[in-house]
Design a protein around this ligand. Sequence first.
Ligand code: NAD
Length: 311
Amino acid sequence: MADPASIGLLILQVLYTMVFSVYSIIESIARTILPRDYFRKDITGQIVLVTGGGSGIGRLMCLKFAGRGAKIVTWDVNAEGNAETVRQVADTGAFCRGYTVDLCNRKEIYAIAKRVKEEVGKVDILVNNAGIVTGKKLLDCPDESIIRTFDVNALSHFWTVKAFLGDMMLSNKGHIVSIASMAGWIGANGLVDYCSSKFAAVGFNDALHLELKVDGATGIKTTVVCPIYISTGMFEGVVTNKLFPILTPDWVASETVDATLMDVPVLMLPKTMRIGLLLRLILPDKVNYKLAQLTGVTTMMDGFVGRRKAE
Ligand SMILES: NC(=O)c1ccc[n+]([C@@H]2O[C@H](COP(=O)([O-])OP(=O)(O)OC[C@H]3O[C@@H](n4cnc5c(N)ncnc54)[C@H](O)[C@@H]3O)[C@@H](O)[C@H]2O)c1
């Protein structure tokens, strides 16, 4: 029989958890409705490294973080696109250094990370943004493309975080941002390799988030960003209906930077996707299939051509 002292302790722990939960929910609502200026952290002089900064939302995030006073490091396999980002950020008067890195190459990631630390300094905010998509059905998808998709969209997160987290742990200060996708929560046809790699990125972030807390590294924050389609060119040819809008790159980049500055752990874009995810989890499979048809999810990839050339 359990002794009264341990039962009393358990009741106290349950009560504390309930009070803490109510407080946290009220705090979360306040952060949603009050002006964001109250909650953004100051990143003046901090070093922000963005992978895939050579185009799309990566470039826009470089510009927006620079606008907040940060020093920018951009990594991309596309040297030309990366140089253009460096030029655009430097034109604003901010510091920006570009490095050509192939995120499929683990040794190269570690080597360039070492150079960044020597040449620029300790990375305060790491944004794992680079991503690729094959856009083919599983049986048409070459093995090499599947491996490359996992290398860039998921495995590179392990290598970059391993390269920079140690320094963040020493000062108990830093932020790791993972640009995943709603495809990391809900699967879609024509995107089996992409969705699986994004599920991996979401899982990576979720486990790391808890591991840091348990290890007492409370000064190191994580943010995972999960948008639906964005008009960057990566998913060129995808057609959606009115129930499923295509997001603008500028809005996604702004929301991502704000979520980082406000230490938001999970950002789904649009935010209503949380309801979609809840329905996905609780409704019968047949209903989910009907909803996927209604929202056009099942046909969206029919016209996919993807990015034709590096921009
Ligand atoms: N575009 C969308 O609809 C959409 C939706 C949800 C999530 N996302 C995610 O957002 C992120 C940014 O996508 P985007 O739309 O800006 O695409 P984008 O193609 O404009 O940018 C991706 C960048 O990653 C770089 N990259 C690709 N492979 C690389 C490699 N091996 N090494 C280094 N860099 C590499 C590319 O050169 C490019 O600059 C990706 O992770 C993507 O999966 C995009």
